[in-house]
Design a binder for this molecule. Structure first.
Ligand SMILES: [Zn+2]
Length: 509
């Protein structure tokens, strides 16, 4: 009789930790105990492991079996521990090779019939196992493709518990695997997202230019304009002009997809775009789940764009939920006994109508709202959220298309944005920031790259006359740098500052 050992992975948010799974038997009446702070679904794991073993022709020993998951202090949720528990239990009577078992990480849920079922979060689990120096990993066949995305991982995909036992030297018949009885898998994610072309946006040259400025500096923006002005159309084209995701970012985005249970087939290099409806539940936005913390739209937008249309209609709770991620670049989900943290570094794009009826300030429009209603509407997003918004863009419906103006394609825009970002990154090389949108105000004002006197005088005048606050001053300087970076200038001119001031004038702060 031996103490059998193998490995599993516990996920808390996106972070995975190796869990040692140990099994031992003693001379008592048959029993199966699971220890190591298991949650409710781990208790159910005992039932699944017993039935799956029986139905795979692999009876568990008729003794008292104890399986310990350590460290006990780590929260363990979900059904992905089934496979590790089963093989450790089966190995207690020497039928499986202990050396092979001890070198392998097992991830997967068991069906009562012995099938190995797909689980959410295989990608971040494999990342964690490889980083912890345990690259030999057994996963459900359905999750094999996403597991194989991790460099250095040695993945075996399995469909049944018996296949896993065979892998570790058990004398068992290769099981017949019938066609999948599992529910249809969700559509695969990670396939190259359809990139919408910026050239589709006609008659809005200023709006397109402003989108480039926002992309160049990673600036959060607010677009206001009547229905039909093309706010959504423009926002959807922002991910396509942002720099493609690097390896780590692409893996992080795919890992978040994996945690929501999507099948991830490949690493997408296009930054994600999430557009939760303003009436979305808080759980859909923030994330939730009782047993397993599952990321919501805010985390899914990380490394990409979070677009909230008709933001003035959104309940306070939705706007408040944005504050923590905007400040920390992460979002936390609190559950009894643990807190899961997900990355949430997104570029925020808000859109709203100018008033409840949508026609206020529209040329030829007939707004039916009272001045008080218009004021109240505009005031709905205020304070802390607006403090984070660098660009306030007013849009009008297209009334005339200027045929002489060449359309900007996504490919051309992306090249310009990339060059502008490289310029900013060189300037910011010695700082913790990479984009103009992140830079602290004090560094802008008293760092090594001050504005020229001429460029500054425009703003200093506005500040002295009380037309802008110091906070607004900083935001204007940030945007002015992005305008200059896009134009290939070493520093902002007075005209660049004027442009940034124009892009800011709607925000009273
Ligand atoms: Zn109105």
């Amino acid at each position: 009789m031996i103490v059998a050992r193998t490995w599993a992975v516990a996920l808390t948010g996106l972070a995975g930790s190796l869990i040692e799974v140990e099994a031992d038997i003693t001379q008592h009446k048959p029993d199966f105990r699971l220890i190591g702070m298991p949650d409710k679904s781990l208790g159910e794991a005992v039932r699944r492991v017993m039935n799956a073993s029986e139905n795979s022709g692999l009876r568990l020993p008729d003794r008292r079996l104890t399986v310990n998951l350590s460290p006990a202090s780590l929260p363990k949720q979900g059904s992905a521990f089934d496979l590790a528990i089963a093989v450790a239990a089966l190995a207690t009577d020497g039928r499986l090779d202990p050396e092979s078992l001890a070198r392998t990480v097992h991830i997967g849920e068991l069906g009562l019939d012995g099938r190995v079922r797909a689980v959410p979060g295989v990608l971040p689990s494999v990342v964690a196992a490889v980083r912890a120096g345990r690259p030999r990993i057994v996963v459900p066949e359905e999750n094999r493709a996403e597991a194989e995305l991790v460099t250095g991982a040695e993945i075996t995909g399995v469909r049944t518990l018996a296949q896993v036992a065979l892998l570790h030297g058990a004398d068992v018949d290769e099981p017949m695997v019938e066609p999948i009885d599992a529910p249809a898998a969700p559509p695969p994610a990670g396939a190259p997202a359809e990139v919408l072309d910026l050239a589709d946006v006609v008659g809005q040259p200023q709006a397109v230019d402003t989108l480039l400025v926002a992309a160049a500096g990673g600036h959060h923006m607010l677009m206001s304009g009547p229905p039909g002005a093309g706010k959504t159309m423009l926002a959807r084209r922002l991910p396509g002009i942002l720099p493609p995701l690097g390896d780590d970012a692409a893996l992080e985005v795919a890992s978040i997809r994996s945690l929501t249970g999507e099948r991830v087939a490949s690493l997408s290099r296009t930054p994600p775009f999430e557009a939760p409806h303003h009436s979305a539940t808080l759980a859909a936005l923030v994330g939730g789940g009782s047993r397993r913390a599952s990321p919501g739209a805010i985390a899914r937008a990380s490394r990409g764009v979070l677009f909230i249309d008709e933001v003035a209609e959104a309940p306070r709770s939705v706007l408040d939920a944005l504050r923590q991620p905007l400040e920390l670049g992460a979002i936390e989900i609190h559950r009894s006994g643990f807190t899961a943290s997900f990355p949430a570094r997104f570029q925020l794009v808000l859109a709203m109508n100018p008033c409840p009826c949508g026609e206020f300030g529209v040329a030829g429009g007939a707004c039916t709202c009272s001045p008080a209603e218009v004021r109240r509407y505009a005031g709905k997003i205020s304070g802390p959220l607006l403090d984070r918004v660098d660009i306030d863009m007013r849009m009008q419906r297209v009334s005339r298309i200027d045929g002489d103006r060449a359309l900007v394609t996504t490919a051309a825009a992306r090249d310009r944005v990339r060059e502008a970002r490289e310029r900013a990154a060189r300037r910011l090389a010695e700082t913790p920031w990479r984009t103009n949108g992140e830079v602290a105000g004090t560094w802008l004002r008293s760092g090594p790259h001050p504005l020229d006197a001429g460029a500054r005088s425009v703003l200093d005048g506005a500040l002295d006359r009380g037309h802008i606050t110091l906070r607004a001053y900083d935001r204007i300087v940030r945007v002015a740098w992005s305008v200059a970076d896009l134009a290939g200038r070493a520093r902002p001119t007075a005209a660049d500052v004027g442009r940034a001031l124009f892009l800011k004038k709607g925000i009273s702060a």
